[in-house]
Design a protein around this ligand. Structure first.
Ligand SMILES: Nc1ncnc2[nH]cnc12
Ligand SMILES: [Zn+2]
Length: 340
């Protein structure tokens, strides 16, 4: 634990990049598999956890899609989501914006309503009982077709009041944002916010496409933007929010060592970086773990930690009223820790 760990713990956090299926802890996965009569190809929780060694994004995704196969009923989606909310309460996360991948479940025959009803029931309960506000982001799988994304949007039609934004995730290389320009235009026409994973493994060109062809409201990851000085200028000028995920980057070999992580360079370039956990059950840490690990690796100071926290509050899609509450809490914590 760093000297700053109690400061990190006290910060009122907003998490903007979290895949609910990536919060599936092995213990819960085994319990749900058992009650659904599904056999996992692992003998124990320990054996499953020991499979979490990845050389790249695809190796992770193969295990991630296998894990979500045990989700079958509305209560499974509820249990998954409420477990995540209870866990982040301990990290003082006050607002969360979660992705879910409906196509990963529709493909297995799980109705759209089963998925979203369970997730929303937990999110609403978490807002009431844990005081964690939320937004739900429906994400398209980019390894699937444009047509499949349009079909998924049609499935979502009755729920558009409950879905705040649309994302784009899964295997990045070979699946550029341009493949989905038309479906994202349709989403924007419906008044949805849009975001896309870009520049995680894929090149800076994919970040340009996310900005210019998808017209994203923010960028998920964005690490490789730093390879292109013109892109950095553009992101800074637009004050584009980047939802960065340090432990994810380490586990997926996007960085070879956390001390080479680009967050300090992003902040120095005036980019609106935020810290997030991505798939915490697979990558070894929730929000405080990410902040502590990064703080120690690159020696972040209190001022930088406050900037990252403020960026997340400002860059969130929480209501203005909620943002004011979180900003006031941040101010109080800064005073309590004598941070100017
Ligand atoms: N880090 C990540 N990148 C792309 N797709 C994902 N789906 C879940 N986690 C992801
Ligand atoms: Zn992600």
């Amino acid at each position: 634990m760093s000297d700053l760990s109690s400061f990190i713990a006290a910060l009122p956090k907003a998490e903007l990049h979290l895949h609910i299926e990536g919060s599936f802890e092995p213990e819960l996965m085994f319990a749900i598999a058992e009650r659904n009569g599904i056999r996992l190809p692992y003998g124990s929780v320990e054996e499953l956890r020991s499979a979490y060694a990845f050389n790249n994004l695809q190796e992770f995704l193969d295990i991630y899609y296998q894990g979500m196969n045990v989700l079958q009923k509305e209560e499974d989606y509820y249990d998954l989501t409420i477990a995540y909310l209870k866990r982040i309460k301990a990290d003082n996360v006050r607002h969360t914006e979660i992705f879910w991948d409906p196509q990963g479940h529709l493909e297995r025959g799980i109705p759209f309503s089963t998925q979203i009803d369970g997730i929303l029931r937990a999110l609403k309960e978490g807002e009431e009982t844990l005081d964690i506000s939320y937004r739900l982001i429906m994400s398209f799988l980019r390894h699937l077709s444009e047509e499949s994304a349009f079909d998924t949007l049609a499935e979502a039609e009755p729920y558009l009041q409950e879905i705040y934004a649309i994302g784009l995730d899964s295997s990045e290389t070979g699946h550029p944002p341009e493949k989905f320009a038309r479906v994202f235009a349709a989403c924007k026409d419906k008044g949805l916010k849009v975001t896309a994973h870009a520049g995680e493994e894929g090149p800076a060109e994919y970040v340009w496409q996310a900005l210019d062809l998808i017209k994203v409201d923010r960028i998920d990851h964005g690490n490789r933007s730093l390879e292109d000085p013109e892109l950095v200028k553009r992101l800074a000028a637009d004050q584009q929010v980047l939802t960065v995920c340090p432990l994810s980057n380490l586990k997926l070999c996007v960085v070879s060592d956390l001390n080479e992580h680009p967050v300090p360079a992003m902040l120095n370039a005036g980019l609106k970086a935020t810290i997030n956990s991505d798939d915490p059950a697979y990558f070894g840490g929730y929000m405080n773990d990410n902040l502590n690990a990064l703080q120690q690796a690159v020696n972040l100071d209190q001022r930088q930690l406050v900037t990252l926290t403020r960026n997340a509050i400002d860059g969130s899609w929480a209501t203005e009223e909620r943002k004011q509450v979180l900003r006031a809490e941040l101010k109080e914590i800064c005073q309590a820790f004598s941070v100017i």
